[in-house]
Design a protein around this ligand. Structure first.
Ligand code: MN
Length: 301
């Protein structure tokens, strides 16, 4: 987890509802998650040892002040607050979502033959509890999309499906906020997917070995009402396929983020279509990862 603790941005681990300042336990650890990822498996092992060391300190009541802070006393930031380059995204990776999109456009449904990719700019990335300012002049059709996100751990290109997991550091949760009117109007999807603050990401990155990415239950709620509820097992292209296809002739680097597509239940496909409005609270939740909450607010006129 990346958090602001007493005004300072710190890399930590979440243990039992508290933020554990692992860099204070072991000052040789990198200061940011992307640096920790780039430092390889030995750095992750050292971070895990720091967590164990803190548990020992807690038990021996020798805990220095500020090493363990209740989560509600820190400001949780996106685990990768500003990626080095665009966030990669897969479109239409759940068949029922691809079908509902075709129906909403009045088209016949044909499953995509290959994964479709687009990107969101680094400036789109924000953390949980962020406010998204909805401006009427920009979009009248803002929509949500809960997605499992891959965080790449190791440089690679032309990665085979068999070795894909070696290139994954871990997983987090994303909300691919989409301006449907812009998405349709401009032909390619980028325009409607690229708004500032349109990629809430977090709250934590869970290391690859601690989670089965094919069995994560995803739930998205708007003002408490469940809109999307699916397992990641329903993906058309799983993690290995996504890493394989995206890396054909394109290098993937430590800290790269890949959104893996959203399941059915988006507002655009509701009858009638129902878009996000000022005052809405959007909660994306995933077992083992946590809750990513976004507040939609109106622009000040
Ligand atoms: Mn999406």
């Amino acid at each position: 987890m990346t958090a602001a603790v007493a005004g300072e941005i710190r890399l930590g681990a979440v243990v039992g509802g508290s933020f554990v300042d692992i860099v204070r336990v072991d000052p040789s650890l990198p200061r940011t998650l992307v640096e920790l990822i780039a430092a390889g498996e030995s750095a992750l092992a050292a971070a895990r040892r720091a967590v164990v060391r803190v548990s020992e300190l807690v038990e021996s009541t020798q805990l220095p002040y500020g090493l363990v802070v209740p989560i509600d006393q820190v400001v949780v930031l996106s685990p990768i607050p500003r990626p080095k380059r665009n966030v990669f995204c897969v479109g239409r990776n759940y068949l029922r979502h691809a079908a509902e999109g075709a129906r909403a456009r009045g088209e016949e449904f044909k499953p995509p033959e290959y994964p479709e990719f687009f990107t969101k700019p680094p400036e789109a990335v924000v953390g949980t509890e962020s406010k998204f300012t909805l401006s009427d002049s920009v979009t009248g059709k803002l929509d949500y999309e809960i997605e499992l996100a891959i965080v790449i751990g190791k440089h690679g290109r032309d990665i085979s499906r068999e070795s894909a997991s070696e290139h994954v550091f871990g997983y987090t949760l994303a909300n691919d906020l989409s301006a449907r009117d812009q998405q349709r109007r401009h032909g390619q999807w980028f325009r409607g997917k690229a708004l500032d603050g349109s990629c809430p990401l977090g709250p934590v990155v869970v290391p690859h070995k601690d989670l089965d990415p094919a069995a994560i239950s995803l739930q998205l709620r708007v003002n408490g009402e469940t809109r999307q509820s699916t397992s990641t097992g329903d993906m058309t292209w799983g993690i290995a396929d996504v890493v394989h296809w995206l890396s054909q002739g394109t290098s993937l680097e430590p800290g790269d983020v890949i959104l893996t597509g959203t399941p059915e239940g988006v507002g655009n496909a509701m009858r009638p279509p129902t878009y996000l409005a000022p005052g809405d609270v959007v909660e994306a939740a995933a077992d083992g990862i946590g809750l990513l909450r976004t507040h939609i607010v109106g622009s000040v006129t």
